[in-house]
Ligand binder design. Structure first.
Ligand SMILES: O=C(O)CCC(=O)C(=O)O
Length: 254
């Protein structure tokens, strides 16, 4: 058992757990350099990874900014870099995920990096992950959010709304991204973390993050996990390969 009873109770009550330090400086530096290489284009797989640019970059407004700092999001970096895959599979994280998912049979669903560059990092609007991840049943995935830089209220740390995971999926409006509708976010908790620290959240927990106008970057690496007995209810032809990280496979499941 890694988590204390209080930590488990907090997760059950709030739908998240602000865990604190988990990565060494050496581990952090290895991840930071791989992430930056993917974003700036110097990584051997940089041309394969899907990225989303900052909205301002898409409008052509960040002309004199280096490519790295135009990137808003890297999608599934674990597929393109083994250091990132090894991080997603690390026993330190899986031991906690096992307790939060109540099973030792764990698959990796997805990874992403929100780059939140200095000066012009933009918001992540209020949403529930399972409003995006509609192909997975039940919608009870767990994400581990690791701070690659200090995450502060000023540079756009994640904010998580306690208890919001208990009410199922809220209606979402799609603009560029999904926006949860009708949610009172005034009680959302800022997840302030030193670099190398992490939090865990349930895929139904409403969360978002603000702008970064500070001179300090705020990169966050997110690794998301599901029970290996989850069902894939999307288009079977489109089913990605979800690596089994611990335990066993289940026939007819993800
Ligand atoms: O890093 C952020 O600002 C948002 C992260 C997020 O939406 C997530 O972890 O699901």
């Amino acid at each position: 058992m890694i988590l204390t009873d209080t930590q488990k109770e907090n997760y059950e009550r709030d739908g998240f757990l602000i865990y604190g330090p988990i990565l060494s400086e050496e581990g952090l530096e290895a991840l930071r350099s791989r992430i930056d290489a993917l974003a700036e284009g110097s990584h051997p797989n940089a041309d394969k990874i899907r990225i989303r640019l900052e909205a301002a970059a898409q409008r052509g407004e960040l002309e004199n900014v280096p490519r790295r700092d135009k990137v808003w999001q890297l999608m599934d970096p674990h597929r393109y870099d083994e250091v990132i895959f090894n991080h997603a599979s690390s026993p330190k994280i899986l031991d906690i995920v096992e307790e939060l998912l109540h099973t030792e049979d764990i698959k990796l669903f997805h990874t992403q990096t929100l780059m939140k560059p200095a000066f012009h990092g933009s918001i992540v609007s209020w949403h529930q992950d399972s409003a995006y991840w509609t192909s997975i049943e039940p919608p009870t995935l767990v994400s581990c959010w690791i701070a690659l830089d200090d995450a502060t209220e000023e540079n756009g740390c994640v904010r998580l709304l306690p208890g919001s995971y208990k009410k199922g999926i809220w209606p979402h409006e799609r603009r560029d991204f999904l926006h949860a509708q009708g949610v009172d976010t005034s009680q959302a908790v800022p997840v302030v973390l030193k670099s190398g620290g992490c939090s865990f959240h349930h895929s139904l927990t409403v969360h978002g993050s603000g702008e970064n106008r500070t001179p300090h970057r705020r990169r966050g690496l997110v690794t998301s996990y599901m029970r290996a007995d989850s069902k894939f209810i999307g288009d079977a032809d489109q089913k990605p390969d979800f690596p089994l990280l611990r335990g066993r496979e289940y026939p007819g499941c993800v």
